[in-house]
Design a protein around this ligand. Sequence first.
Ligand SMILES: O=C(O)CCC(=O)C(=O)O
Ligand SMILES: [Fe+2]
Length: 332
Amino acid sequence: MTQIDTVAAAPPATLALNEAEQRQTGQIADRLARTEPGLTDDPKWLAAVRDASAELPTRLLVELRRFRHDAGPDATLLIRDLPVSPPGGSNALPPTPTRPGSVERTATTAAAVITLAMLQLGEVLAYRNEKTGALVQNVVPVPGQKTQQSNAGSVLLEMHNENAFHPNRPDYVGLLCVREDPGGQARLRTASVRRALPLLSAQARQVLSEERFLTEAPPSFGVVEDAAPAHAILLGSRQDPGILVDFSATHPLDEEAREAMAELRDVLTRTASALPLRPGDLAIVDNRLAVHGRTSFTPRYDGTDRWLHRVYASLDHRRSRPVRRDGGSVLD
Ligand SMILES: O=C(O)CCC(=O)C(=O)O
Ligand SMILES: [Fe+2]
């Protein structure tokens, strides 16, 4: 599929940290990078991050709290100028990983920063079948996976709700840029149902509100055996619905449903923001109201490629308790 040029909407709600806030956040994150046992998936380390997240700069805490209350028209929050380099500076950053399924098990400055922010929004979670259940995952282009509709690919990644097929999909997806695309092409695209709704025909709105769609699991999940039930794409309130779709994994069940989905894709594409993430940019997407995707780009696979960390958060941890062994963070 060819690259789509979007008439990018205005950037979403943005908070740029000032120097003092950046220093304050850096001190907390560097301290956490040295906190035992120094492993991102360890409950003891997570408890230390949870406590430390209360010490984040007040403006950041206020912005996260407001976003949790109401994600706004774009359902995306961009926080800029977060510290992501180890204490030695950006020269001390290791090369961008190139292995499939790469994750960040070690408690680095950047891993601490994204976990701090996401733990203020909700509870962090991961899926046992996805990226080996790691809480902090790497989003990097992987040799041989160029054309995959997953975050390891580099062709256009279709807009999607994260883990749309999953009954316990995350409420928030955090994407923190550690290294920018050296080719300057990659853009994270986010599009909100709140922007799209007024541009949809009455017919499309009606059809999208009916259970006329099926969504399969993405390639990152391996095989999922249970057949998913048919679902609507516009969920809940007629006036302010949620959205549930993955344009590479959701299938319309009839011709009208196919047309309505095509109309929605077109409207979302026209209203999407396209963010060329820089190091220290954290984009948080409300996964109930917004979809996200990525433009195509040209990876080099030489350690200098675009590198993001990804962390999920959920608002209601109780709901997934039956599938979280020992009350941990990983869903079966
Ligand atoms: O590469 C990106 O900007 C987004 C990839 C993505 O959809 C994800 O990691 O969930
Ligand atoms: Fe995604």
